[in-house]
Design a protein around this ligand. Structure first.
Ligand SMILES: [Zn+2]
Length: 494
């Protein structure tokens, strides 16, 4: 295929009118190119062409919860989004359509790669993951599917007022089946053999849910397995002040120190959220080569705080961006994230010469993301040899009129509604603003029906969650009043 006469965003942030030749999923030539007789030609005269964004943190299992919750901090929000008891199961079709809603939203807004940290309720099975991956495959999107797991009983994962929990509820929590580390890794192993590397677009990774939710043994086995099979690990780390307090309570040290002492940290690890870090924690993460995924819109909605991104960047830590799931950031538009990241950190210090802006945010949304998933030499730039994950925007639109600075306008002018064509691995996934490979209208109709039915079906489960709520709320209020050794003002202070 040859894309002709597009205005191409270059790695240095400039834009140039160029033709792009794509062969076997890669960019093989850039410049003023002649046509070959067998070329499929895509006319891009009115298009701005940019690399697809990489969303390094979301949970497709939350997709039916869009618009459901507000004004709940993470630990209380979890009771509804990830019910501890009696979570209703979803059919393979419900899971498939649910996943496809995310694919449609992301691809159509210019995101070509997603890290889907899948935490299926009440349990993850080979069949449930198959339904998810079939949707990604059918949509044409690139995915790193992180298999989420944990092996600790709920009330040992978060400090709560146990005296407020009835013996009946505690007993029910004790009876909830928990996969052992062996069982979770067996599942990962089976999925890896079947799916990893398929279509050059699907990868499997490991998702110990959070250090406070997993035994030391589970974390050690995860790190060892990932090293042996060269896989990525994503793990929720220090998302809230309550988690920072948990580390000190459980191990007498910070959660990062705990991970460091277990030899868990490495360049294959991405720490999701990474907000409540001490100065020493930041040093340890920098030494390890791990990535931090920055999911600020979710952090806003759950009142979690603000990640010390400028401090981490200054120490050389790779930062990538994520939307997080639809239950905590009801939109999955990565351009909204890129814009907010470019703006937010200016408010954190008066020294304007050290502010982050459009180029830094763009880097995190593209190359930072590519590094988080282990494709740092292959994604995030339009260059010969790179994978052809490209987004073509209509330039005859408000976000690009007048066209003064393409990079700034991509970051600040919310261009997602102007996406016309999306290619992933050189194949068209969005054509003329519509999903090219699936019936979007029919999927939205079905998604509305299935999603509404699922939320209604969750009503009885939410009743149980409301009974657990007061014990967790008391634990939350206690935790956020503690000193956790973090000296920045980043929210949750009382
Ligand atoms: Zn998450």
């Amino acid at each position: 295929m040859i894309i002709k006469n597009g205005l191409v965003l270059r790695p240095d942030g400039s834009a140039q009118t160029l033709d792009i030749r794509i062969e076997r999923g890669r960019i093989t030539e850039l410049g003023a190119l002649g046509d070959r007789s067998d070329d499929q030609i895509l006319d891009a005269r009115d298009r701005l062409i940019a690399p697809g964004l990489v969303n390094t943190h979301c949970h497709s299992n939350e997709n039916y919860f869009k618009g459901c919750f507000d004004n709940l901090p993470l630990e209380l929000w979890l009771l509804f989004s990830y019910p501890v008891l009696s979570a209703p199961r979803q059919s393979a079709r419900e899971i498939y359509v649910r996943t496809m809603l995310g694919c449609i939203e992301m691809l159509r807004s210019g995101c070509t790669t997603v890290v889907d940290f899948l935490y299926e309720m009440p349990e993850t099975t080979p069949e449930s993951v198959t339904a998810v991956l079939q949707a990604y495959r059918d949509s044409g999107m690139r995915v790193l599917l992180i298999v989420g797991y944990s092996d600790k009983v709920y009330y040992e994962t978060t400090p709560m007022a146990m005296e407020m929990l009835t013996p009946e509820l505690k007993e029910r929590m004790d009876r909830e089946p928990l996969p052992t580390p062996e069982e979770s890794l067996q599942l990962v192993d089976a999925l890896r053999e079947r799916w990893h590397g398929l279509d050059n677009r699907i990868a499997i990774g490991l998702g110990p849910s959070g250090p406070q939710r997993c035994s030391d043994r589970e974390l050690e086995m995860t790190a060892e397995y990932a090293a042996r099979h060269d896989l990525r690990i994503h793990i929720h780390t220090l998302e809230t002040k309550m988690q920072a307090y948990t580390g000190r309570l459980y191990w007498g040290k910070t959660i990062i120190e705990h991970l460091h002492d277990l030899n868990f940290l490495s360049p294959r690890v991405s720490l999701n959220h990474a907000i409540w870090l001490t100065e020493r924690d930041i040093d340890l993460v920098a030494e390890s080569g791990a990535t931090a995924t920055h999911n600020l819109l979710s952090n806003f909605k759950l009142g979690s705080g603000i990640s010390p991104v400028p401090e981490m960047l200054a120490r050389g830590i790779n930062i990538s961006l994520g939307t997080d799931g639809k239950s905590s950031n009801d939109s999955q538009d990565m351009y909204e994230v890129v814009k907010t990241v470019a703006l937010l950190h200016k408010t954190q210090q008066p020294e304007f010469e050290r502010w982050l802006g459009a180029p830094e945010s763009w880097h995190m949304g593209t190359l930072g993301g590519a590094q988080s998933i282990g494709l740092h030499d292959e994604l995030g730039r339009i260059e010969v040899g790179q994978r052809a994950d490209l987004v073509l925007f209509d330039r005859n639109t408000i976000p690009f009129t007048p066209l003064n600075n393409p990079l700034h306008q991509l970051v600040y002018c919310l261009p997602s509604s102007t996406v016309r064509t999306v290619l992933v691995e050189g194949e068209i996934a969005v054509d003329d603003g519509r999903m090219a490979r699936v019936d979007e209208v029919e999927l939205l109709r079905e998604g509305n029906e299935l999603g509404r039915a699922f939320v209604e079906r969750s009503g009885a489960t939410f009743e149980i969650s409301r009974k657990i709520f007061p014990a967790v709320a008391a634990g939350y209020r206690h935790a956020v009043a503690q000193d956790v050794g973090v000296r920045r003002h980043i929210g949750n202070e009382v």
